[in-house]
Design a binder for this molecule. Structure first.
Ligand SMILES: *Cc1c(COP(=O)(O)O)cnc(C)c1O
Length: 400
């Protein structure tokens, strides 16, 4: 009998490499493959499944919405769209005047922000060397990584890259021709790197002085994943632009650009748009996510369960560094064995992800339980054994 993964190769473009398995069902932080094997999902669809799988609140909201009104176009609005925009502004920028533009993905939210930044009359953008902002031509133009960019050049230009966290380098790169500075307050794809609070504050000072927009890409770090609505919230820094997507819809495709202050009203009618943006299905899903985060205390939970996870994984000496905030967790291994660790974890019944040769990322649903976390921590030494990860001071230590 052919499996779904075998049939995939004959029908799907090979943009992602072969799928690791075919999943057929999920519940909470657990998923099942086509053979009925159960896994604990510590990836959460890459920081998307905020409420895990088949959350009753999400199921109810989507079922009711699709049975009432599924799509209307942007000639019209819907209660779900307006309510979501109001709630996002109240939660994310409570002390400022803001407006929301809805789209369907993170890359599209960044495209919208990049286009908006051109309306300053300037076109220079400063981005971070290890940043990831998406795969469309505009969002890709912000990415420094040669392997992602080069096959698709020429890309929109005028981008300068600076090292993440270096305020002096940022100050030197920003001029009176800079339209925007784009920062992930917590870099996800780069392997989970947290921007120091002082860096975000310096970025605010530097951009304000130069008359440039400060743009936080919180596509991965936003919507409660770090124990705050935005990863940048604890810094107190209010940016001009915030982009969101992944966790916002709990699995339904939705992205958003929030403009604050003057940036809230820079787009005029006809300058930007998208057919699916703000459709009632995605918006009612996002409202259900917000509702569950509040009613189930999931911000507090993200902090508690994330700390438990980091502490447990760090106990093994073959883990040389553990990073992140809340349930966005990155760790570095003593050797370049991250793909082998991900494979060994899957054999042991856990879904993890490698962001580099030594780097493992975990982004479980906010509803992951202590028992789920303890199961991984209990299995962790055996997973590292199976992947043959050496200890930092043992023979055969890896480098790089
Ligand atoms: C995933 C991601 C994107 C791109 O989002 P897509 O929905 O894949 O287009 C942009 N920025 C950051 C920080 C991301 O993690």
């Amino acid at each position: 009998m052919t499996t779904w993964t075998e049939r995939y190769a004959g029908a799907l473009m090979n943009t992602f490499g072969p799928p690791k398995m075919a999943l057929v069902r999920g519940e909470g932080a657990h998923v099942w493959d086509e053979h009925g094997t159960e896994y604990v999902d510590f990836l959460g669809g890459i920081a998307v499944n905020t409420l895990g799988h088949a959350h009753p609140g999400l199921v109810k909201a989507l079922s009711e919405q699709v049975a009432t009104l599924g799509h209307v176009s942007n000639f019209f609005t819907t209660p779900a769209q307006v309510e979501l925009a109001e709630r996002l502004l109240a939660l994310l920028v409570p002390d400022a005047e803001g407006r929301v533009f809805f789209c369907s993905t993170g890359a599209e939210a960044n495209e919208a922000a990049l286009k908006l930044s051109r309306l300053t009359g300037r076109s220079h953008v400063v981005a971070m060397e290890e940043a990831f902002h998406g795969r469309t031509m505009g969002s890709l133009s912000l990415t420094a990584k040669a392997a992602y960019r080069e096959p698709f050049e020429p890309l929109p230009g005028g981008v300068t890259w600076v090292p993440f966290g270096d305020a002096d380098a940022l100050a030197a790169a920003v001029t009176d021709e800079t339209a925007a500075v784009v920062i992930e307050p917590l870099q996800g794809e780069a392997g989970v790197n947290v921007a120091p609070t002082e860096y975000l504050r310096a970025a605010r000072r530097i951009t304000t002085e130069a008359g440039a927009l400060l743009w936080f890409d919180e596509v991965q770090s936003g919507m409660g994943r770090t124990g705050s609505w935005l990863a940048s919230h604890p810094s107190g820094v209010v940016p001009d632009l915030v982009t969101l997507a992944k966790g916002l819809g709990g699995g339904m495709p939705i992205g958003a650009l929030i403009g604050v202050g003057e940036a809230a009203s820079m787009f005029d009618p006809g300058q930007h748009g998208t057919t699916f943006g703000g459709n009632p299905l995605s918006c009612s899903a996002a409202l259900a996510v917000l509702e569950a985060i509040e009613s189930e205390g999931l911000l507090e939970r993200a902090t508690v369960v994330g700390d438990r996870l980091r502490a447990g994984l760090a106990e093994d000496p073959r883990v040389v560094d553990v990073r992140g905030v809340g349930v966005l967790v990155g760790l570095s291994l003593a050797e370049e064995k991250a793909p082998a660790v991900v494979a060994a974890a899957q054999d042991a019944g856990f879904v993890l992800n490698a962001t580099g040769p030594r780097r493992v990322r975990l982004a479980p649903p906010l509803v992951v339980t202590d028992a789920d976390v303890d199961a991984l921590i209990g299995a962790w030494p055996g997973i590292l054994d199976a992947a043959e990860v050496g200890s930092p001071d043992g023979p055969g230590e890896g480098s790089g």
